[in-house]
Design a protein around this ligand. Structure first.
Ligand code: ADP
Length: 497
């Protein structure tokens, strides 16, 4: 097949005939292979694929039809021609039944045989070409359908609603997300009119896009609060689809769920306004005290201002605490917190923190106890971050405790984690107040807490740190009886945030 010369097999027991044919076809540019009898013909004809085989009908061993049949079985596309001196209709029919291309009676002229063989060769080439073309066509069709299904798969797996409409306001294509985002009960199909399947807001957007393209404006986009109170907000965009000449064929519209982004945006604004509010109160108070002193409203004895100075210092200290907490939060949000993970002994940190807070405990006449499991493992954690967690929990246990109350710390291993709990005998919390506890700036407001200073940031920082180590925090509290905050932290550090 690969050879450029046409391959001809001649099977004939007559030497003169064989050689004659060989000479003729060598001159014609054929590569000629000779077989002297039927069995040699079968052997050579089966070994490789010939373009054309000339087979004598009568040979001493096998007859030509048997040779032809064997070759055809192996190479169905080899064109076989029977040559015989005993031309007769029976043999001809028999030979063609088994796939002979034609029948050449002896004697024949060189021109005759060349004509017949060339013809057979032409037929074979045509058959092969047609087959090749068909295979190529099938391959192309397969490729196209694969390409189409690949495109469809991509469009269908996009998490935004994507749909195409034509100039008759009909849907051309819509991915499944379109239906789910629009909460449309049945699927949206090609040919549906947009008035029947799309909400007013989307239809208006498409019509606006149709209008704007006339003014050469390509992109039209809107934000649409589909469900109020930031429950579902989508960002919709429509652009025209053009052909190679730049004529508009239709429009592609995408709808993206931006609810989370909008909520974050909102939280950011709320945060800024809360920070401003929290900063304003102490600054205004201190400014008021300074004003009083400046005007010497209580006379010129500094002693008369002792209480004001004390209050100012307290308010400024609270302000410094707030600024430090804010800096801490922003460093974590920006990811600029540098951690040094080491094996930390929990009792050491608890003891250090207790020493730091000893004065405050004494002022409220609080007692303290700590209980650590004997084989308590060290934990892989940044020591400063862990100290911040323990300091926040212990200082809350002091602040929200009653005079003469008690604080206890307990730590034990729980599988691959440790659980550390800090309990107090303080004012406790009502169940409804516990839900928001870990939110930034959240402070429970009641008679018991009114006079206790704080920023409402401590527990949110604790939660953020603990969760960044794949741990968690929980609270158990009884109103006017006391609270227990417990944190669970993995013993081994596994990458965290
Ligand atoms: P802050 O103590 O600065 O107000 P936190 O985030 O540490 O801020 O605490 C938030 C709120 O949770 C506090 O204002 C307080 O009402 C309540 N709280 C925290 N710890 C306790 C506790 N141990 N007992 C009772 N209430 C607490």
């Amino acid at each position: 097949m690969e050879e450029t010369k046409p391959q001809l097999l001649v099977v004939d027991d007559e030497l003169g005939m064989r050689e004659g044919i060989r000479r003729i076809f060598n001159l014609e540019g054929y590569d000629v292979t000779i077989a002297e009898n039927g069995s040699e013909g079968i052997e050579k004809g089966s070994q490789k694929e010939f373009d054309v085989a000339l087979i004598d009908l009568k040979m001493p061993d096998y007859d030509g039809v048997t040779v032809l049949r064997t070759i055809k079985e192996r190479w169905p596309d080899t064109e076989c021609m029977i040559i015989t001196a005993f031309a007769g209709i029976d043999s001809a029919v028999e030979a063609t039944k088994h796939g002979a291309y034609t029948y050449v009676p002896k004697p024949f002229t060189p021109d005759q045989i060349v004509f017949e063989v060339n013809h057979a060769l032409g037929k074979r080439r045509l058959t092969l070409e047609t087959r090749e073309l068909r295979a190529e066509q099938e391959r192309r069709l397969l490729e196209i359908s694969q390409e189409k299904s690949r495109l469809r798969t991509i469009i269908n797996s996009i998490n935004d609603a994507v749909f195409v409409t034509n100039l008759e306001d009909e849907i051309v294509l819509a991915n499944p997300r379109t239906r789910s985002l629009l909460n449309f009960p049945s699927s949206i199909r090609a040919g549906d009119n947009i008035a029947d399947v799309l909400p007013r807001e989307v239809i208006d957007l498409i019509h606006e896009a149709q209008e704007k393209t006339r003014q050469d404006i390509e992109l039209v986009s809107h934000e649409w609060e589909m469900k109020p109170n930031l429950e579902l907000v989508v960002h919709m965009k429509t652009v025209p689809v053009k052909d190679a000449e730049g004529d508009i064929l239709g429009f592609v519209t995408t709808m993206q769920d931006v609810t989370q982004l909008k909520r974050l945006d909102m939280q950011k604004s709320q945060f800024v306004s809360m920070v401003a509010h929290e900063l304003k109160a102490p600054v205004a108070a201190v400014s008021g005290y300074l004003e009083t002193m400046h005007e010497q409203l209580l006379g010129d004895d500094i002693g008369s201002y002792e209480k004001m100075i004390g209050r100012s210092r307290e308010r400024l200290q609270a302000l410094i605490d707030l600024v430090n907490d804010l800096l801490n939060i922003s460093r974590r949000d920006l990811g600029t917190v540098r951690r040094e993970i080491t094996a930390v002994r929990i009792p050491d940190v608890v003891e250090n923190t207790r020493e730091l807070l000893e004065g405050e405990m004494a002022r409220k006449d609080l007692t303290f106890s700590a209980e650590f499991e004997d084989a308590l493992p060290t934990i892989d954690i940044d020591r400063d971050e862990f100290s911040r967690v323990i300091t926040n929990l212990l200082s809350n246990a002091i602040k929200y405790n009653r005079e003469g109350g008690h604080i206890s710390v307990h730590a034990e291993r729980e599988g691959e984690d440790v659980r550390i709990s800090v309990s107090d005998t303080g004012i406790g919390m009502k169940p409804e107040d516990q839900e928001m506890l870990f939110r930034q700036f959240y402070r429970i407001k009641n008679d018991a807490t009114r006079s206790i200073p704080g920023t409402g940031l401590g527990l949110s920082i604790v939660k953020q740190i603990v969760e960044s180590y794949n741990g968690n925090i929980a609270v158990n509290s009884t109103w006017q009886d006391g609270s227990t905050f417990s944190i669970r932290l993995p013993i081994r550090f596994s990458g965290g945030e």
